[in-house]
Design a protein around this ligand. Structure first.
Ligand code: HEM
Length: 484
């Protein structure tokens, strides 16, 4: 027999055995209550279809196909991991609530390596609760709210004016990132625009490039370069931390808390926590806090501008609402407050609709620490679980015509911050502590954009994989309203 015939016959036999085994195990799983599904091809599982759907204009089609075949909770094998995927909002709610610490974060190897074990994104139990409530409490505090409104307004006005100075033609996605990074670093450690901020931005960008890469740590590899960038970042942050400690000592610990760094250092001063909140721990956490904050807000702003450019009706109503606030403020000569921006109801609806359609964090990954049963599904101990938010956000039963940008749908749903059918900020124990700050930042930005400038956007498409962004970085042309 020819060698190639032998090879083909062997491959066919291996595949037949594989699929027979799969069929038998599917029957066994069905009896045990473990969600049904397919492990796909040997080694690669269903990764190719997952990536292909990710690159299409309907990334949830991977979930939709399996949901139709196996039900809302199913088993698959993607990115080297056997995983149970939930597209059911009630199951997702239980996963997020995480009673009894049953679901712990499960990030890919490169992410774990880059984050470090003390990162808030990876920690569990009482230490996680403590850090989460500390940071959340600060980001929601009236004191931060009153200060940060001014900082965001200042950055937004300056950034937009600089676009006009440059001639008005910009790549929106690139430009807006500079502004949001500046605000984020201000909230974290009060670094003002200048050389130090530029160094932080450059090294941080190098650092996060390694979050999705091959887990090989040799000189020259992506992971290696990212770890080196993290070392450089740590040096800068360590210096800022040391300088701040001296200031706090000088004030006998009585100074006010102006940023996240102050908050962590004051807490470290409580004797009983001294061992835990070491300087290393604080520096690492400051850097890791940049990760969830850095990409998300500018992506939401970029996509809001994209959707508004394509929806003149929505833009008109947004403009009217914001012009009205501007007139009120001009007449009363009062400063804008956090509440002024948050009570712009149509603006908040535009933001909700943008977050629903964009699915910036499309899912969260967890691992079970024990067997769990939810709605009749058994998730065995040690399994990875993905709570898919995008499938819920794009479900046509909950959201009529889900691919259509319709901010008016939120008038019927009501002023939503988060519920189990709308979880752009996650939920439960790990609900994003930056939720209100993000909404504020986007509101302030939209207010100043639509009341002071007009713009035209070039045609561009949204890419959903591996992260949401615009194919051509959204080229726009901006001009002050009076000049048009
Ligand atoms: C539109 C903007 C944002 C979106 C869509 C978003 C989304 C999320 C989501 C879905 C989670 C939950 C992750 C999980 O359950 O594993 C999360 C966690 C987190 N976010 Fe945000 N986020 C945004 C902005 C921000 C900002 C501006 C900050 C910081 C200033 C921030 C800080 C955090 C932190 C520290 C966590 C971890 C919380 C924990 O594990 O306890 N986020 N975010």
């Amino acid at each position: 027999m020819e060698w190639w015939v032998l090879l083909m016959v062997s491959a066919a036999v291996i595949c037949w055995i594989w699929f027979e085994r799969e069929k038998m195990s599917a029957k066994r799983l069905q009896r045990s209550g473990i969600p049904r599904g397919s492990a796909g091809w040997p080694f690669i599982g269903e990764t190719l279809d997952f990536i292909a759907c990710g690159y299409s204009s309907t990334p949830v089609s991977f979930m939709d196909k399996r949901k139709a075949r196996y039900g809302k909770v199913f088993k698959t094998h993607i990115l080297g991991t056997p995983i149970i995927v939930s597209t059911d909002s009630e199951v997702n709610k239980v996963i997020l609530q995480n009673h009894g610490n049953t679901f712990i974060p499960a990030y890919p190897k490169t992410v774990r390596e880059l984050l470090g074990e003390n990162s808030i994104l990876q920690m569990n139990g009482s230490l996680h609760k403590r850090i989460h409530s500390l940071i959340g409490g600060f980001l929601r505090s009236p004191q931060l709210k009153s200060q940060i409104v001014k900082d965001i307004e200042y950055s937004a006005k300056l950034t937009m004016a600089s676009w006009v100075e440059k001639g008005g033609s910009i790549l929106f996605q690139e430009e807006i990132k500079k502004m949001t990074f500046q605000i984020l670093i201000k909230v974290l450690m009060s670094v003002e625009p200048g050389k130090e901020l530029e160094i932080l931005r450059r090294d941080f960008e190098e650092f996060i490039k390694g979050l999705i890469c091959l887990p090989i740590k040799l000189p020259g590899t992506r992971l290696y370069k990212s770890l080196k960038a993290k070392e450089r970042l740590l040096k800068v942050v360590e210096r800022i931390v040391e300088e701040r400690k001296i200031l706090i000592e000088k004030s006998d610990g009585n100074g006010s808390v102006n940023d996240t760094l102050d908050l962590l250092l004051h807490d470290m001063d409580e004797l009983k926590e001294r061992r835990r909140f070491s300087s290393n721990f604080i520096c690492g956490n400051i850097i890791e806090m940049m990760i969830p904050g850095e990409e998300t807000v500018p992506t939401a702003m970029t996509l809001a501008v994209k959707f508004l450019s394509d929806s003149p009706e929505a833009l008109k109503q947004l403009k009217e609402e914001n012009m009205e606030l501007r007139r009120q403020k001009a007449n009363s000569s009062e400063e804008y407050s956090w509440m002024d921006y948050m009570s712009l109801s149509f603006t908040q609806n535009v933001i909700s609709e943008t977050l629903r359609m964009t699915n910036i964090i499309n899912a969260v990954w967890r691992k079970t620490t024990k067997d769990v049963e939810i709605k009749g599904y058994l998730i065995p101990q040690g399994w990875c679980v993905m709570a898919s938010f995008s499938s819920v956000h794009m479900d046509e039963v909950t959201y009529e015509n889900p691919y259509y940008f319709n901010p008016w749908r939120w008038e019927k749903i009501g002023a939503v911050v988060n519920n189990s059918n709308f979880t752009p900020f996650g939920g439960g124990q790990r609900l994003c502590p930056g939720l209100e700050l993000s909404r504020l930042e986007i509101s302030v930005f939209l207010h100043h954009l639509v009341t002071t400038y007009s713009w035209t956007a070039a045609k561009d498409d949204i890419i959903y994989f591996p992260t949401v962004k615009m194919k051509k970085k959204l080229p726009i042309r901006v001009a002050p309203i009076t000049a048009t």
